[in-house]
Design a protein around this ligand. Structure first.
Ligand code: HEC
Length: 244
């Protein structure tokens, strides 16, 4: 079988190759890789959000919210969801690629330790979206793959949806779009064939303190609440994976 090897090289950092078995199957395989990468980001954000109260605890210095702790949680939950145990060497062909994302998550948590462990301060500005943005930056440096959190009511320019993302977000917010269904399309970005994937996410009660009603009121972060209601579209994780 002819194998195609695509090297993704970025800014002299780690070189990781994505290997698609044949050009024809590349899109299907890429879709699986994209879904797994998105899953790893989602799980990481979930772990951060679940520990928000610990992170915000002003009475404690060392909080034990370390990169080892987060990586363990991510690997364990990823295994539960996908049956893939990334702790087993080369468990799947793209294992190194997935591990680069876990490594990006570790780096972000490591860098945030002085902030997370600062005593006497409650809210420190470290939360799910900041984590996702930084992980996206680290992962891009390692692999050249772009990943971001976006939404119609974006709060920072980093999350601003591009044209494609706006179109898909509009589709996601249409009640006829089946809930939780990802959208993927092969297309061309900057002259390169890529797979673009977006995974929608919805408002739960846990989001309302910052994103809920009343719209325009300041949340704990000092930003304006969007007035989202439980169950409504919050945004999406968007990934751009090179196909060759
Ligand atoms: C503690 C407050 C807080 C909570 C709780 C929270 N968020 Fe956020 N969220 C933020 C902040 C602050 C940003 C922007 C941060 C940045 O990009 O620097 C953000 C950004 C986002 C974005 C990116 C698009 C945008 O608006 O910029 C999405 C999507 C999002 N949040 C979804 C959620 C969902 C879904 C939940 C619940 C599961 C949730 N958030 C819970 C504070 C919060």
């Amino acid at each position: 079988m002819r194998r195609q090897v695509f090297m993704i090289v970025a800014a002299g950092m780690t070189i990781i190759s994505l290997v698609w078995s044949t050009p024809a199957r590349a899109t299907n395989e890429a879709a699986e890789v994209a879904e797994h990468l998105i899953e790893l980001v989602k799980i990481g954000r979930e772990v951060v959000s679940e520990h928000q109260a610990t992170i915000n605890d002003a009475t404690k210095a060392e909080k034990g919210f370390t990169s080892d702790f987060v990586a363990d949680q991510v690997l364990e939950r990823f295994k539960k969801k996908t049956k893939i145990d990334l702790r087993i060497p080369n468990v799947v062909p793209q294992a190194n690629f997935y591990l680069a994302l876990v490594e990006a998550e570790r780096e972000v948590i490591d860098e945030a330790q002085p902030v997370i462990n600062r005593p006497g301060v409650g809210f420190k500005g470290f939360l799910h979206a900041v984590f996702a943005r930084r992980v996206g930056e680290h992962f891009y440096k390692k692999t050249g793959v772009r990943m971001k959190l976006t939404g119609i009511d974006y709060r920072t320019t980093n999350s601003k949806p591009d044209e494609f993302e706006q179109e898909v977000l509009r589709m996601f917010s249409d009640p006829r779009h089946p809930k939780d269904q990802v959208y993927a399309r092969s297309t061309v970005v900057d002259g390169r064939p890529v797979l673009r994937m977006m995974d929608p996410e919805y408002t739960t009660t846990a989001c309302l303190s910052c994103h809920g009603a009343p719209k325009g009121e300041r949340d704990i972060t000092g930003m304006k609440k969007e007035g989202w209601k439980e169950g409504s579209l919050a945004g999406a994780i968007s990934l751009i994976l090179p196909l060759k």
